[in-house]
Design a protein around this ligand. Structure first.
Ligand code: OFO
Length: 168
């Protein structure tokens, strides 16, 4: 059975995940409007993932006897200065989400609610993966914009070669 405190915090996280859905959909719209179809698809899929994160929490609160409460969601920003800017904003957003998850994990531990602690480990790994992916995307964006296409192409070729060599 969830404590009132944890129920409230998990509900807040449901709201944060919903905020991510709306933010990434808006980012997808901005990318599409600029003709960045690949990035538009990326953010579309991110929004789908965030919806799953939200639903997973929703299901957990229900399963543990709590009442999921959906809160208001503020309108997201609707324009960004550049592709780099949008990915930087995404990384910062995910870093904030990671901190929110850490607070939840800490609360679950403080309350000795090991079931919720265990449930939250999935989010801990997911945040690690998302931050890692965004750092790596930003590195690629920087390689292309700061040093021309050369290093990016070399890196992609080396990666292809490495994969081929490992398959043999
Ligand atoms: Fe739900 O992980 Fe991103 O926000």
């Amino acid at each position: 059975m969830l404590s009132e405190n944890l129920t409230g915090k998990l509900n807040k996280q449901i709201n944060h995940e919903s905020t991510s859905v709306v933010l990434y959909l808006q980012m997808s719209a901005w990318c599409a409007s600029k003709g960045y179809d690949g990035c538009a698809e990326f953010f579309r899929l991110q929004a789908d993932e965030e919806k799953q994160h939200m639903e997973k929490l929703f299901g957990y609160v229900l399963e543990t006897g709590g009442l999921p409460m959906l809160g208001a969601i503020a309108a997201p920003p609707s324009s960004w200065a550049s592709l780099r800017d949008i990915f930087q904003a995404t990384l910062e957003h995910e870093q904030t989400v990671s901190k929110e998850i850490s607070v939840l994990v800490e609360t679950a531990l403080d309350e000795k609610d090991f079931s919720t602690f265990n449930f939250l480990q999935w989010y801990v790994s997911e945040q690690h993966e998302e931050e890692h992916q965004l750092h790596s995307l930003l590195d690629r964006v920087d390689m292309i914009t700061a040093e021309g296409h050369g290093n990016f192409t070399i890196d992609r070729e080396i990666s292809r070669l490495t994969q081929t060599n490992h398959r043999q």
